[in-house]
Design a protein around this ligand. Structure first.
Ligand SMILES: NC(=O)c1ccc[n+]([C@@H]2O[C@H](COP(=O)([O-])OP(=O)(O)OC[C@H]3O[C@@H](n4cnc5c(N)ncnc54)[C@H](O)[C@@H]3O)[C@@H](O)[C@H]2O)c1
Length: 409
């Protein structure tokens, strides 16, 4: 028997994932949950949905979804709701997929507290939690993880990670995103809650959304950050978007447990990106990845380096393959009559969406820890929160809180 899964939050991102979850061959049944009934209706009335969705599996209230018999929930609500909803679901015996971030509020201490609650709940309940971090499944991240597994980087020396998203980006304006997330019942409740942070003088920063920039280097090097020093750029033209922010751009420098260092940019007010908006570079003593290019000096022992070989693998060469039956099922979302999985092109944030869905469903089906489990997710989050704290203290070097590692399976 396959899995039953409830999707909570059918705004723009939840809607984009609904078809993938529904199409996965190991998913038998889908439930839908949104406070705004028209959003769920738009998904439920798509052609073919009646095959895995029954009208009694629509919930307006998240509590009712959790009381139902679904095996898992996928959370796509606004970012200030994620961790409390995830912990509640784990404690009710549901496996959890959550869109990033683990949690966003202006208060770093509150975010860290919820990271602790999340890892505790994962350990205590034994239910699975996965963070849906898109950069983790970009083609280049998969490629570099394979190279790291082959030890083709040699020893890691240095890395850079960047998430550069100007607030007025023409492809995705952050002002518009903020506007749409603060409409509807959940959005209006937040506008009231936000006043409490403002009254207490708590100031936000872009490092509170760090997973796109740190997950590439950290997952490739399979290491942890130990200390950070960071600085911020303060908005200078009284832009109302940054009213509750100490900084609109933040730059951090981490010392890593493996001896390498990592420079991270989280920019929201800048003229453009250096290469692409979400990217990373990793340098080792033997191999190096940057801007789609792999360099290998073939050094296997001291003094053995030879001519540097440079290659530029295609995106498809960089990606791990999906199981053919999964690729075919996903391809049929847009091409219902097709029989050829090879025609499938992975789409959504660098092709990551199908991989995220498959990783979660496969982990639940096989009762194994997903790749971006609660401890991995908590570490990414703690890196960003601590970087923001350092920036608030003019670059003071701070230790990253350690949420530990998952219990041995
Ligand atoms: N690259 C990425 O990884 C990426 C990209 C975009 C969005 N996201 C994340 O996805 C999440 C959703 O983003 P979005 O733009 O779709 O937001 P959205 O505001 O459009 O949608 C959120 C939906 O959740 C519903 N909701 C909130 N609380 C609820 C509750 N208690 N019960 C039922 N429904 C509830 C709201 O009614 C709304 O329809 C965000 O947290 C965001 O951080 C990640």
């Amino acid at each position: 028997m396959g899995i039953s899964l409830g999707i909570v939050g059918l705004g723009s991102f939840g809607k984009a994932f609904a078809a993938l979850f529904r199409s996965h061959p190991l998913v038998d049944r889908i439930a839908l949950c949104d406070l705004e009934p028209d959003r769920a209706k738009e998904v439920a009335t798509r052609p073919g949905w009646d095959r895995k969705f029954r009208t009694q599996d629509y919930y307006r209230d998240y509590e009712d979804l959790l009381k139902s018999d679904v095996d898992a929930v996928a959370i796509f609500t606004q970012p200030w709701l994620h961790a409390p909803q995830a912990v509640h679901a784990l404690e009710t015996g549901k496996h959890v997929y959550s869109a990033v971030p683990v949690l966003w509020t202006p208060d770093g201490d509150e975010i860290l507290e919820w990271c602790g609650r999340l890892t505790d709940a994962s350990r205590q309940t034994g239910m699975l939690y996965m963070l849906g971090e898109t950069t983790f499944y970009r083609a280049e991240t998969m490629f570099c993880r394979r190279k790291a597994q082959e030890r083709a980087f040699g020893e890691f020396v240095y890395a850079e990670g960047e998430y550069i998203h100007d607030l007025d980006d023409t492809g995705c304006s952050l002002r518009d995103v903020q506007k749409s997330r603060t409409t509807g019942q959940a959005g209006l409740r937040w506008l009231e809650m936000k006043e409490t942070y403002r009254r207490n003088g708590i100031l936000d920063g872009p490092m509170h959304y760090p997973t796109h920039s740190v997950s590439g280097p950290i997952s490739v090097m399979r290491t942890r950050a130990e200390t950070v020093t960071a600085h911020g750029y303060r908005n200078r033209n009284n832009d109302p978007y940054f009213a509750d922010h100490a900084f609109s751009n933040e730059t951090a420098f981490f010392r890593l447990r493996n001896g390498a260092s990592l420079r991270v940019l989280e920019f929201r007010e800048v003229a453009g990106s250096f290469h692409s908006s979400e990217t990373f570079r990793i340098a080792g003593t033997r191999g190096m990845y940057a801007e789609g290019e792999w360099k290998d000096n073939q050094r296997t022992e001291p003094f053995s380096a030879r001519t540097v070989e440079i290659s530029r693998p295609t995106v498809e060469e960089m990606r791990d393959p999906l199981p053919p039956e999964v690729a075919l099922a996903f391809h049929r979302i847009k091409h219902p009559d097709t029989t050829e999985p090879a025609d499938f092109t992975s789409e959504g944030h660098g092709g990551s969406h199908p991989y995220l869905v498959h990783e979660f469903i496969d982990a639940v089906s096989n009762n194994r820890l997903p790749a971006i489990h609660a401890w991995e997710a908590a570490h990414y989050t703690a890196m960003g929160v601590t970087a923001h704290k350092s920036a608030l203290r003019h670059g003071e070097s701070l230790s990253i809180p350690d949420f530990g590692e998952p219990p041995a399976e």
